[in-house]
Design a protein around this ligand. Structure first.
Ligand SMILES: NC(=O)c1ccc[n+]([C@@H]2O[C@H](COP(=O)([O-])OP(=O)(O)OC[C@H]3O[C@@H](n4cnc5c(N)ncnc54)[C@H](O)[C@@H]3O)[C@@H](O)[C@H]2O)c1
Length: 332
């Protein structure tokens, strides 16, 4: 039994991991989360009081971080500014949290000798051509496109440097695009689902040919727990579930699963610098650590996710109007 500190545990993927740990291990969990617009305390409801503690605070607050590190066995670091579109309009919070925040955690890990796992994204590798059969591996050179992905790339490089220079006990994972319950309505899949529920036509950037490699958030969580338990210190592991789909296919599938005409959506101006294709080769994680994804049927996972958004309007409705007003102000 161990005591884990999970940063960003009130966000989409962090909260999924907290529930996964409570359900599948004997560990106790402390969440450190600033509760930005993206954090939602309601995503952590129902956890047992004797195994779960919530601390509201900033990962860049060195005194608070130091205090929390003194009391835990390992740290799983999810906290980040995570939305590409926001990073194009105001990059500053991305530098503060993704770079300075990660630096603050690494310094605490160094002082306390704490094991830390850093969560990152495949977007650090830039993009692949649509007709390129290649997939990202742990050896692919970093080539980030947006302020979001460049700050995530910077945070990964800090982790690597702190391992090499100071012997920090860290691992890194870079995962592909996640879907599932509790994802903020600003993101592509929940935005389209909640638009259909509200009677708004879904919006597709450009021609919708951009390909994302979808993985269910539950599979991301099981992969992270596997790396935390069995990963080799200093190593990077790519996480993916062979879920490549272009955005047009996803929006049409959402419409069909929700009983609508699959053509009932609008094209809007493309995102600046929009990455074409992401694709993950997760052989290292599968062969070295024996991990396998559980959700292999994207359509079934998407149908479950749609059902969750239909049943949990109280969770997403408070953020919906402001999110759509923001997109409308950008013509998207
Ligand atoms: N969503 C994806 O598809 C995806 C894919 C691969 C990797 N990731 C990575 O996974 C992590 C979590 O992503 P997500 O989609 O759950 O993001 P999210 O935006 O849903 O959640 C981020 C959480 O971090 C918290 N946070 C932000 N700044 C903070 C700070 N300074 N101090 C403390 N807490 C802070 C927020 O309140 C929120 O609860 C990120 O590191 C992201 O880069 C996400």
């Amino acid at each position: 039994m161990a005591h884990l500190l999970v940063t960003g545990g009130a966000g989409f993927i962090g909260s999924n991991f907290v529930h996964h740990v409570i359900q599948n291990t004997d560990h106790t969990v402390t969440v450190l989360d600033k509760l930005t617009y993206a954090g939602n305390r309601a995503s952590l409801e129902g956890l047992p009081d004797d195994r779960f503690t919530f601390v509201q605070g900033d990962i860049a607050d060195a005194a608070l971080v130091d205090e929390l590190f003194a009391d835990v066995d390992a740290v799983v670091h999810y906290a980040a500014e995570s939305h590409n579109d926001n990073s194009l309009h105001d990059p500053r919070p991305f530098l503060d949290t993704n770079i300075v925040g990660t630096y603050t955690l690494l310094e605490a890990a160094r002082r306390h000798g704490t094991r830390i796992h850093h969560i990152s994204t495949d977007e650090v590798y830039g993009d692949l051509e649509l007709d390129d059969p290649a997939r990202f591996t742990e050896e692919t050179p970093y080539n980030p496109s947006s302020p979001y992905s460049s700050t995530k790339a910077g945070s990964d490089l800090l982790v690597r440097a702190w391992v090499r220079s100071f012997g920090v006990q860290a691992t890194i994972s870079n995962c592909s695009n996640n879907y599932g319950p509790y994802q903020h309505v600003e993101k592509f899949i929940p935005r389209q689902i909640t638009n259909v529920i509200r009677g708004i036509r879904p919006k597709l950037y450009g021609a919708g040919r951009n390909v994302r490699d979808w993985i269910h958030a539950d599979d991301h969580s099981s992969a992270v727990l596997t790396i935390l338990e069995k990963g080799r210190i200093g190593e990077t592991y790519l996480i993916g579930a062979d879920g490549e789909k272009d955005n047009k296919t996803v929006v049409e599938l959402i419409l069909r699963l929700m009983g609508q005409d699959p053509d009932a959506y609008d094209h809007v101006a493309d995102r600046a610098g929009h990455d074409l294709r992401y694709a993950i080769d997760s052989s290292k994680l599968r062969t070295e650590l024996g991990w396998q994804p559980r959700f292999r049927d994207f359509e079934a996972g998407l149908a479950d996710t749609i059902a969750w958004y239909r049943e949990h309007e109280d969770w997403w409705a408070p953020a919906k109007d402001a999110t759509e007003a923001f997109y409308a102000s950008k013509g998207q």
